[in-house]
Design a protein around this ligand. Sequence first.
Ligand code: SME
Length: 160
Amino acid sequence: MAEELIINTSTDKREKYESLLPQIEGLISYEDDLIANLSNIAAALKFGMNFFWVGFYIVKNDELVLGPFQGPIACTRIRMGKGVCGTAWEKNETVLVPNVDEFPGHIACSSDSKSEIVLTASKNGEVQLILDVDSDQLNDFDEVDKEWLEKLMVLIEGKL
Ligand code: SME
């Protein structure tokens, strides 16, 4: 098993994702425990992409419940339709927020969070979990993040 993550120090985030994704794919290929895999993915994204906060919320009954993450402590439960995470869950689609202060109902787990991207992973058409990435900079996420993080969600869906 790969014990060490190779960090690409390029300033081009596409190059960073290009080197990180295959490593994550390798990392989760030999393990079927979801929490173990999500934990390593959160760590790989935190250190590989230098994200401010990155983590998962898992659908449990009628709520999103905080799962493996890296970064400051966060809200533990989010209802459907609430905040960015609850909106992505309800719509079952990626939500990209350039300025969290302009997103109605944004849930401020940390006042340092300025922009955010949330993606979903589904099984049989039902959202099972979401990935939330927060930045302490405005406008930090774009179509490159959306493209590559959606590829990551497909890998995760393969393990659900
Ligand atoms: N800001 C999110 C809540 C989760 S934290 O940012 C980790 C939201 O509005 O759903």
